[in-house]
Design a protein around this ligand. Structure first.
Ligand SMILES: Cc1cc2nc3c(=O)[nH]c(=O)nc-3n(C[C@H](O)[C@H](O)[C@H](O)COP(=O)(O)OP(=O)(O)OC[C@H]3O[C@@H](n4cnc5c(N)ncnc54)[C@H](O)[C@@H]3O)c2cc1C
Length: 404
């Protein structure tokens, strides 16, 4: 029997909360609303296989794990996820470990790929969740300012409308919902970076039990993992790099050079590379995250460079706050939390934006940077390695700040 791709096959014509996008934000929001007895519908432009296989984030903060557990979506995560109690920083040929529980009063992170989070949430939703339509391309939202916003979409070649009490854009950075907010009512703050990441997946056990972030004169490198048998590694490369220009041997040699330690001949274990892609780096925040009855959550409202592992976690935090607000409205009629949604989230978003920017600019080599700039980076890294206060600040941000 083949797995269903939509449940049910046809979307209702109206719902309480119309959710655009079945990434982590949209799926988790639907799960939380369904559990609270709030009617919703999820519309996703791609098919199920595409959504489930899209390689992206892999680090879950404590708070993200907590909300996945509360929503009943963590059974496999608890079995297969890898709890991590620290990261290693490498710079100037030496290694320094950041111990999260010791520095944060017990917080840690989990390695569990975004693909797996999405698979778990889709499976639950199709069994007992709210309607989820794949290959439903949203073309626009009208009436954001009115009491009856409408989502316009195309499904199986037919144009439809979905009348909603509220619309939530969980449709990622390139989504359409943000465009329904008049330009004069929103502001976007952005920064691009003069480098990208070349990311690989390799069928080889990770060469370190914990993530390794390396600052080197040749540029940044990151050792990460997806499972005990699959490594995920990244190299800083110039913008516009074509992955085809990087042979497997060249990638492994460059990774070894960037992770090199002065007092050991540590080398990466090598294995077959199964995927190569280039990821540009950008920071962006759109404010406010609400206009009338339209809300933005996750990448639809903000993106970060992946160095701080914050993107997926911010998306989970936004929808947790939003679900609490819709639940309060549903139970008590109070709009207080909904009215506070944008300000509540932006507080946390800007902290994560700063942390991601800090990690990125401290660890990467800007092509225009001077020897003075490099000395400043090394001084900052040395401060983290020698000051418990500086290390605690990094650990608290990395492991994730409490939701409220
Ligand atoms: C290539 C890449 C690599 C990344 N790597 C990392 C990483 O290593 N670490 C990290 O922390 N973060 C990483 N991120 C960021 C992280 O994956 C995102 O922050 C996270 O996916 C945000 O979830 P979301 O649900 O808000 O958006 P998304 O996951 O982007 O989901 C949006 C959904 O909306 C759908 N959609 C879009 N437009 C429409 C439409 N018109 N109609 C209907 N549906 C629509 C999309 O198909 C998609 O399924 C990466 C992001 C990218 C793009």
């Amino acid at each position: 029997m083949t797995a269903p791709t939509s449940a049910p096959a046809a979307a209702p014509a109206r719902t309480t909360v119309g959710i655009v996008g079945a990434g982590p934000a949209g799926l988790l929001l639907a799960r939380l609303l369904h559990a609270a007895g709030i009617d919703c519908v999820v519309l996703e432009s791609r098919d199920r296989a595409y959504v489930e296989q899209r390689q992206r984030a892999g680090i879950l903060e404590q708070g993200t794990v907590d909300v996945l557990r509360e929503s009943g979506a963590a059974e496999r995560l608890d079995r297969e996820g890898l709890p991590h109690d620290g990261i290693e920083l490498r710079f100037d040929g030496r290694a320094h470990r950041i111990d999260f529980p010791a520095l944060t009063g017990g917080r840690r992170v989990w390695v569990y790929a975004q693909t797996e989070v999405v698979k778990d949430l889709v499976a639950l939703q199709l069994v007992d969740g709210a309607p989820l339509l794949f290959e439903a391309q949203v073309t626009g939202v009208t009436g954001a300012d009115s009491s009856a916003p409408t989502i316009h979409y195309t499904h199986q070649g037919v144009d439809h409308t979905l009348a909603c009490d509220y619309v939530v854009g969980c449709d990622g950075f390139h989504g359409v919902v943000r465009e329904a907010i008049p330009v004069e009512a929103r502001q976007t703050f952005e920064r691009t970076y003069p480098y990208s990441w070349l990311g690989i997946l390799a069928d080889v056990p990770p060469s370190s039990d914990e993530l390794v972030y390396a600052h080197s004169p040749r540029g940044f490198a990151l050792l990460s993992m997806r499972s005990p048998t699959v490594s995920r590694l990244y190299l800083q490369v110039p913008n516009g790099t074509d992955p085809a220009d990087w042979s497997d041997d060249r990638i492994w040699d460059e990774l070894d050079a960037r992770f090199a330690l002065a007092d050991s001949d540590w080398k990466l274990a090598r294995g077959p590379i199964t995927a190569k892609s280039v990821l540009p780096m950008r920071s962006s925040v759109t404010e406010p995250m609400r206009h009338g009855r339209l809300f933005l959550a996750g990448d639809a409202a903000h993106i970060v460079p992946p160095t701080g592992a914050k993107g997926l976690n911010l998306a989970a935090a936004d929808v947790t706050v939003l679900a609490q607000a819709f639940t309060a409205l549903h139970r008590t009629g109070s709009t207080q939390l909904l009215d506070a949604y944008s300000a509540t989230c932006l507080n946390r978003v800007w902290r994560a934006e700063h942390f991601s920017y800090f990690m990125t600019t401290t660890l990467h080599t800007d092509p225009s940077q001077s020897p003075f700039d490099t000395r400043l980076q090394l001084s900052q890294l040395d401060r983290i390695a020698t000051s418990p206060h500086a290390a605690a600040e990094l650990a608290a941000n990395y492991a994730g700040l409490p939701l409220n």
